[in-house]
Design a protein around this ligand. Structure first.
Ligand code: VTB
Length: 315
């Protein structure tokens, strides 16, 4: 079944309001306050929607975070059943320091169609290629680059790879350098990083490396609508992580997940800019009219919608 189009506007409103709430804390060096504002707003707006929703990816688990935790039921319960993944403030450092890239993000699928991901790291790869065996998490960096180069008919030195700038990626980075691939380093925010493969205008051919698992699932929802490729493999390091994964029903802890094992069926994805980035502009307040302008990248898989929605709101 398809998700009714009427929900698109309502979900865009949710991330948009969360982004506006968080925007008051932009550049205030207070990550917690910026996050809390986004979480509180998102929860309030979701709870007045006529849906029977369950948070499958959220702000921690019940014992850690009081709001939008994994397993929390949201909405009025009068309406369709949805699985909802949220990252009310993706890029807390960006918001706290008024740097580009803070987003309010949400992905929605019909019940039991979105992966219930624990809060752990994930090895990820995304490209504009959805065909199998061109790029694969199990291939070496060299093989992936050579395959992609052949597939896109671009020399390796004309390919750009996006990766989180972290010491854990030193080996991948040195291999990319050996292959003369251009690298776009990001300091944070790998939902946006993974989505840079969706359009030629961002000049990114491949995103790879290890970041947050929840962020991987959120990115997968949008990549599915863009008909791009994505694979992820959770990394469970501590015994506590492994135990939690088993409790969530993950038996094979080293499994490589293809995009459609992470998200199936119809979906909606919304990412509203809090501060501007390549994908969307940040929240802007017009002092005279007291109106907030926000931009949301929205996708709706079944209708093929992939668009930026601009809203002017007085809140
Ligand atoms: C990752 C990434 C996020 O934080 O979770 C990162 O997926 C934290 O990684 O997009 P480190 O532990 O290496 O700092 C983000 O960049 C922002 O939430």
């Amino acid at each position: 079944m398809a998700i009714d189009k009427k929900f698109i506007k309502q979900f865009v409103n949710v991330t948009s309001k969360a982004a506006i709430a968080s925007s008051y804390f932009v550049g205030k060096k207070d990550k917690i306050a910026a996050d809390k504002a986004a979480v509180d707003s998102m929860r309030k707006e979701l709870n007045i929607m006529n849906i029977k929703g369950e948070i499958v990816i959220g702000e921690g688990e019940l014992d850690e975070a009081p709001m939008l935790y994994i397993g929390e039921k949201i909405g009025t319960k009068n309406g369709p059943e949805f699985d909802i993944a949220v990252d009310p403030l993706e890029g807390t450092n960006f918001a706290a320091n008024n740097l580009p890239g803070a987003l309010s993000v949400m992905a929605i699928a019909e019940k039991d169609n979105l992966f219930k991901a624990p809060e752990t790291y994930m090895e990820k790869i995304s490209t504009k290629v959805s065909e199998k065996n061109v790029v694969d998490l199990d291939f070496s960096v060299k093989k992936n680059i050579f395959n992609l180069s052949e597939y896109l008919n671009k020399k390796p030195e004309n390919l750009t790879a996006c990766i989180l700038d972290r010491p854990r990626h030193n080996e991948i980075i040195s291999k990319l350098k050996d292959l003369k691939v251009k690298i776009k380093f990001i300091s944070d925010g790998d939902v946006a990083g993974a989505l840079l493969v969706t359009d030629e205008k961002y000049s990114v051919d491949i995103f790879l490396g290890t970041g947050g698992g929840p962020e991987g699932v959120l990115a997968a929802a949008a990549l599915d609508a863009f008909d791009c490729g994505f694979q992820g493999r959770f990394l469970f390091k501590t015994d506590k992580d492994k135990q939690r994964a088993r409790e969530m029903g993950i038996d094979n802890l080293t499994k490589k997940y293809d995009l459609n094992e992470i998200i199936r069926g119809d979906s909606i994805f919304c990412a509203t800019g809090i501060t501007s980035c390549d994908l969307v502009k940040g929240v802007n307040l017009n002092i005279k009219s007291n109106e907030f302008t926000s931009e949301t990248l929205v996708t709706h898989k079944s209708s093929g919608l992939k668009n930026i929605i601009k809203l002017n709101q007085i809140v």
